[in-house]
Design a protein around this ligand. Structure first.
Ligand code: ADP
Ligand code: DP6
Ligand code: CO
Length: 352
C-alpha cells in the first residue's frame, strides 16, 4: 500500500463580543450583520485535525472526536469542493510545486478532535471548520485568503482563521465574495487582556446555532432591529475600544451585546433559552463586583449555551478567580455550581 500524505493542524476557538446571529443566505452562509471576536490562545480551547490523502483511499471520510460522521454533509462538501477548486486553479496556473495532479484526485481521510465540549456553546463549529479548511489547504498546497471557505463550513469559523481581534465584514455582494474575516488588531496589541472560560455545562445544547438563528430570523423583530440599527454603530464603537485598549468601553459593549443576543433568543417564537440559573448568577456576580469597585473591571459574554466567557485585565484575575471559586465551589452537589475552572487565563492567540 502506498504511504498516505499526512498533515496535522490546530485552530483555536474565537468568542464574539459583537455577535453573529442570523443569515441572509443559508447556503453561502452570509450573515445579516457584521461581527467581531477575540481569538483564544492556540494551546487553550482548540481543534486538532489530521488530513491524510492516499491513492488507496476509495472515498472521502471524516471522524469527529473518534466517531465516523456523514461525509456528505453539505457544509463539509462545500469546504472540500472549494479547496480542491483552488488547488486545481493553482495547478492550472502553472504552480506545480504546490501539489501534483495525482494528489488532487486523491480522496481524503479527516480526523478531528476538540479538546473541549462539542456543541455546548463554546464555538466548536468555529475552531472545527477553521481547522478543517486550514488542514485541507495544507494537504492540497493551497495558500492565501481562506476565511471565505471557512465561512461556508460555519459562519463563526471565518473569524478563527486569524488571531487577535477579528471582524467578519458582512459584505453586500450576492455571491458572498466580500463576506470575509479581517484582523482588526493582532494578539500582541493588548497583552494584558485575559479570558476565563467558566464551564457551566458540557452538555450538547438543545437547539443548535444554525437552527436557532433560522427561527430567530423568521420570528424576531428585535433581531431585525438589532441587525439594522444597533450592530453597525456598535461595530464602530467596539473597534474604537479595542484600538484604544479602553477596557471599560470594551467591557460594557461586550456585556450589552451578549445581553441583546439573548434577548433576541427570548424574542424568538417559540423562545430559545441558552442561559440557565448559574449563567444568571455569574451575570449578577460580575455586576456586583464592578459596582463594588465603582469601575468596570470584568465583563461576561455567553454564546449559544450557558457557559460564561469572562474578559478582564491581568491584574484583576487572581481576585476574580478567587471570588468565583468562593461562590461556585468546584465539584459541589448539583447543577447550582460551576463544576470547575478548567481553563487557565492566557493572552489571546497568535495567528494560525
Ligand atoms: P458550538 O456552539 O459548539 O459552535 P454549533 O451548534 O454551532 O455549536 O455547532 C456544533 C456542530 O459543529 C457539531 O455538531 C459538528 O457538526 C460541528 N463541529 C464541531 N466540532 C467540529 C470539528 N472539530 N470538525 C468538524 N465539525 C465540527
Ligand atoms: C452565538 O457560526 O455556530 O456563537 O454559521 O450556522 O454554523 P452557523 O452558526 P455558528 O453561530 C455562532 C453564533 C454565536 C455568535 C458568534 O459566534 O458570533
Ligand atoms: Co457554532
Amino acid at each position: 500500500m502506498e504511504k498516505p500524505h499526512i498533515v496535522t493542524c490546530t485552530a483555536p476557538v474565537n468568542i464574539a463580543v459583537v455577535k453573529y446571529w442570523g443569515k441572509r443566505n443559508e447556503e453561502l452562509i452570509l450573515p445579516i450583520n457584521s461581527s467581531l471576536s477575540v481569538t483564544l490562545h492556540q494551546d487553550q480551547l482548540k481543534t486538532t485535525t489530521t488530513v491524510a490523502t492516499s491513492k488507496s483511499f476509495k472515498e472521502d471520510r471524516i471522524w469527529l472526536n473518534g466517531k465516523e460522521e456523514d461525509v456528505t454533509h453539505p457544509r463539509l462538501q462545500s469546504c472540500l469542493r472549494e479547496i480542491r477548486r483552488l488547488a486545481r486553479k493553482r495547478h492550472n496556473n502553472g504552480d506545480t510545486t504546490s501539489t501534483d495532479l495525482t494528489g488532487l484526485s486523491q480522496k481524503v481521510h479527516i480526523c478531528s478532535v476538540n479538546n473541549f465540549p462539542t456543541a455546548a456553546g463554546l464555538a466548536s463549529s468555529a475552531a472545527g471548520f477553521a481547522c478543517l479548511v486550514y488542514s485541507l489547504a495544507q494537504a492540497f498546497g493551497v495558500e492565501g485568503e481562506l476565511s471565505g471557505i471557512a465561512r461556508q463550513g460555519s459562519g463563526s469559523a471565518c473569524r478563527s482563521m486569524y488571531g487577535g481581534f477579528v471582524q467578519w465584514i458582512m459584505g453586500n455582494q450576492e455571491d458572498g465574495k466580500d463576506s470575509l474575516a479581517q484582523q482588526v488588531e493582532p494578539e500582541s496589541h493588548w497583552p494584558e487582556l485575559r479570558i476565563l472560560v467558566l464551564v457551566v455545562s458540557a452538555e450538547r445544547k438543545p437547539v443548535g446555532s444554525t437552527s436557532g438563528m433560522q427561527t430567530s430570523v423568521q420570528t424576531s423583530c428585535l433581531l431585525k432591529h438589532r441587525a439594522e440599527s444597533v450592530v453597525p454603530h456598535r461595530m464602530e464603537e467596539m473597534i474604537k475600544a479595542v484600538r484604544g485598549k479602553d477596557f471599560a468601553a470594551f467591557a460594557e459593549l461586550t456585556m450589552k451585546d451578549s445581553n441583546q443576543f439573548h434577548a433576541t433568543c427570548l424574542d424568538t417564537y417559540p423562545p430559545i433559552f441558552y442561559l440557565n440559573r448559574v449563567s444568571q448568577q455569574v451575570i449578577h456576580l460580575v455586576h456586583r463586583y464592578n459596582r463594588h469597585y465603582g469601575e468596570t473591571r470584568v465583563a461576561y459574554s455567553f454564546d449559544a449555551g450557558p457557559n460564561a466567557v469572562i474578559f478582564t485585565l491581568q491584574q484583576h484575575v487572581p481576585e476574580f478567580v478567587h471570588m468565583v471559586q468562593h461562590f461556585f465551589p468546584p465539584e459541589t452537589n448539583g447543577e447550582d455550581f460551576i463544576k470547575g475552572l478548567p481553563v487557565k487565563h492566557t493572552p489571546v492567540s497568535e495567528q494560525l
